[in-house]
Design a protein around this ligand. Sequence first.
Ligand code: SF4
Length: 144
Amino acid sequence: MSETRKNSIMNKLGIYVHIPFCQKKCKYCDFISFSCDDKKIHEYFNSLEKEIDNCKINEEVSTIYIGGGTPSFVNSQYIVNIMNLIQKKFKIKDDAEMTIEVNPGTIDKEKVLDYKKIGINRISIGLQTYSDRLLKLVRKDSQL
Ligand code: SF4
């Protein structure tokens, strides 16, 4: 890779937001993710908003990535609030790539429209398997 290309990649600033919640915890998963009640999810987003509000970054942001966990599992209003706050706090490039990870079982048209409205322009779909039988096997509450 040329020095110019390396420098241009190194100079890009990205924001990663972790949403550590899933419908069910998969047996093989090493990511920080939990199956939680609404109260815990609400508390997490309150803390996340405070943390974002305390951040100071002067450079322009080239990418925003909302990963997990399963970000599409939580009410899309939480994602809308977080994205609004990020866009208010930081300078986001006009052509910034804004991604959210979704799972086919927790996404619907309303959520996609909410994501689109707040500027998300890329969706990353996580799919463990098309087989319901295998899906049950990888979930923690199943019997092997
Ligand atoms: S859905 Fe993905 S992030 Fe969540 S527990 Fe399963 S593998 Fe991990």
